[in-house]
Design a protein around this ligand. Sequence first.
Ligand code: GLC
Length: 538
Amino acid sequence: MKQHQQHLWWQDGIIYQIYPRSFQDSNDDGIGDLKGILRRLDYLRELGIKAIWISPIYPSPMADFGYDISDYKGIWPGFGTMEDFDELLRQVHAAGMKLILDLVPNHSSDEHPWFVESRSSRDNPKRDWYIWKDPRPDGSPPNNWLACFGGSAWEWDEQTKQYYYHAFLTKQPDLNWRNPEVEKAMLDIIRFWLDKGVDGFRIDAMWHMIKDEQLRDNPQNPDYEPTMATYNQLLPVYSTDQPEMHAIVSRMRRLLDEYPERLMIAEIYLPVNRLVAYYGAPHQREAHLPFNFMLISLPWEPKTVATAIDEYEAALPDDGWPNWVMGNHDQPRITSRIGQQQARVAAVLLLTLRGTPTLYYGDEIGMRDVPIPQDEVQDPQGLNMPEKNLSRDPERTPMQWDNSGNAGFTGGKPWLRLDRTWMRVNVQQQKQDKFSTLCLYQRLIRLRQQEPSLMTGAYRPVYSDHQVIAYLRQSEGYAGFLILLNLTHRPCYFRPVNIKFKGRVVIDTFPEQESLQVENTIDLGGDEAMVIKLEQWQ
Ligand code: GLC
């Protein structure tokens, strides 16, 4: 069993993702901003999270809502000024919390001065900062690679008669990480923010950063189905996850390690065995937390989930700290994937597993994906593949704070419409209701932060079947916890053979059950999950 002796803030603490356009508006332009986040710091502190990760806040034409950066060292005026940022950082620290920025090193905006130069002529010194290639003899793109947001990944440039590569939008040209000058420029940017006191980075699209040197065609994906994004027609074996990536990440890590306790999170969508490679090795450390998206991608089926947890635990390198993500700005919200009731079960799972949990804003009040009328769609992924229902707008709608106008998000017209239920699904309402999802989250977080067993203790699988998952969490010298999750709507029993146990329910998705003494057998209601403080387990 893997257990850590010394824990750092990002091992003990919980990370909370803010999508800044949608968190809190302070100037009534309908778009959230840094001053708005500042205004809500008390809420975050009370919630009990440790670190805030903010999706990109840099100057950007907003073709991909900030993931297309035109200046890596500035602040987009719509979000505020550098002074606002400095003040936010200061106050986050004063509140005992940490601030993590989103860094997008794979690509810039096509409006970034680097790319403007690069595309200006074939012999411009920045030409090789991006990936430019000649067409094939018939004029077609250099290879068959596809863009994540639809269509070919190659865009023809009429002026210089070459194609450039973009893994995402045409307005997001990929930087050429085989050019050492690119790496140097990006490390310099990282240092700029570290010197300001930023506590870490979430590195965007890390597995895309290096591409096959020979630019070989990607093979067809035999499992492609027409409902999937067109990108999935091919297996991206040559366009992503190249071996050369690891040396680059380790150099980034070395830079972070020059500063005390800074954190590198990596956005990587890969199967477990390849994901864990991004922890690096003892002599060549890489990311602290390669994001684990299992809870986002797996079917909500108890045996599948239980097995995946065990596989992940087993695959981790000895000193690799686990982490769990249940939602983000790219994926349907948990309530819209598994339903309101099961989303509460998922909250218990997320906050009792071993490893750093990352929460997505609004999930703590059970926000759901909001239906956005076709003519209001803003997300390029939705606009480019309209027939596939892939827009990410539904999970990016404004935070629902209270039952004043626009749920307290803005005095203006929100950039995306709010859910019609905001009058009753909001922070203010839920604070007063001990049965609410917010109270469940708050109490789970509090318990986790108080109990070493839950915060950093060992994880031990106990049982799973077609309804239930059971596991133990325990730190040496402390009371252990039994966690029971019913992933179905129907009641069931937990009756382990050859084990005698006794304990008390301390948190339950049905709070009526709390304080209940349990012994040897437990009956669980549908959608019930419970955390049991053990007095005996043998
Ligand atoms: C990441 C971001 C996503 C963005 C993409 C391109 O996957 O999470 O929102 O569109 O990178 O930067």
